[in-house]
Design a protein around this ligand. Sequence first.
Ligand code: BES
Ligand code: MN
Ligand code: ZN
Length: 518
Amino acid sequence: METNLSSSAPAEVETECLVVIVLDRTENDRSEKDRSETDRTKNASGEKAKPEVSIETSDNAIHEAARDVIATGEVTGKIFESTLLHNPSKLKAKRLLLVGGGKAKNFAAFELRKMAGTAVRTLKPKGIRSLTFVAPENGINAEVAVKAIVEGAFVGNFDPDTYKSDRKDQKIDSVTIIARGDQAGLQRTLDEARIIGESQNFTRELVNEPSNRMTPTLLAEHARKMAQEVGLKCEVYGADEIKELKMGAFWSVAQGSDEPPALIVLRYEPPGAPDKPVLGLVGKGVTFDTGGISIKPADGMEKMKYDMAGGATMIGVMRAIALLKPNLKVTAIVCATENMPSGKAQKPGDVQIAMSGKSIEIINTDAEGRLVLADGLYYARQLGCTHLVDAATLTGACVVALGYVNAGVFANDDPMYERFGKALEKAGEKMWRLPLDEEYKESIRSNIADIVNSGGRWGGAITAAMFLKEFAEDTPWIHLDIAGTAWMEDNKAWIAKGPSGIAVRSLVEFARDFGERF
Ligand code: BES
Ligand code: MN
Ligand code: ZN
């Protein structure tokens, strides 16, 4: 998708569709109890009260063009409401789309990003291929607005229907943003946002592929190809090297599959970058999770193709980092394997020795993500990473705790978490911190080995994180459990059902911030 910046008057722009924001400015200061139903919906003369809305542009021609439809009262400004007008009077645009942004007092970049996605998803099935978005002039800083609109438009433009014979493959080809202010600065912001949006969609494409088309070997090939295109170092190690490195935890999962595993290492080492920090990004790349011998029920098992989302996240993040060029070293490690039952598969009760030397009693072969990450985290530290972040579709328990709205975040270091919190804000992603108290460690004690790989049912997201903490040790570390958020369960106005690309934007912002001041 092409992205352009413009400082023209909206009325003068020739475009298939001009998009403007409408906000709900109805005052709600009286409590519900104070007013009767009639009072709330009718005015003094007994007519239905018109919603109070504002169109977020100073362009009079747009206000003029929208006047009649606003006068009908059908535009409420409700979030994601869209109203499409044809041949709007006095505008050069062929159409005018009014997109609701919700209550004016709550309106921020977070909503704007989704509104851009909504505009794209409203227009593309209508055969419209280019649109022009009028950035709001009040309330949101122009740079923040341009960034949110571009990122949101990329999110909205993705559809997962790759293998449909009648694939519509409808995409918006071009988005222009009308924004006021320093055009050179805004152009830079736009270019950066575009890299981030494209990288998020790159991750989503990897996650969307079924496991027969995204084996560990193929995931590694995608990573290698991307690395070549953007100038990253890429090394891929197979079964022999994984065994040579004594990655007993990673191998214990891989041993059950006929499909060879891949240890993918991507390095970004810009000339002149300081020796420290080195950010390590570790991703769970389970290209299919059957559960192994502790096999999962058939119902819904097809979804376990997205169990490599953490790994795909890190590959997408590395793409963005290579193009945005922050001044710090970043190493990504993706542990890619299938988790299969077979005559070679590990069994409950088996004891495995991780690369760090810790012994692990396998209670449940379906708790495989933490096994591959244990060696991934330890290896990252061996490669010199001073700070670690991992991302993984790790536990169903995290979905029970936080649903599909927030990803789970865990951290063994408060300052690092604080900085990550700022990145979340900037990226407009929702995650919620969960605890790592020492008391939880009791749940992963083993009779025969150092730890077990399953802490049982209660606090399952936490005990999984406690397991990982054993391998991060005293290295500052953040763990993202994206089991509930890496896959959208339903279509939304602003994003398609399917892979979400969660955490890509936040991790890119986090790395950029880390490169700026450490
Ligand atoms: N990949 C799953 C977690 C998962 C569940 C991801 C739902 C996405 C949606 C993980 O490998 C797993 O199976 N975890 C087990 C752990 C248990 C056996 C301790 C779980 O959550 O049930
Ligand atoms: Mn599993
Ligand atoms: Zn899994």
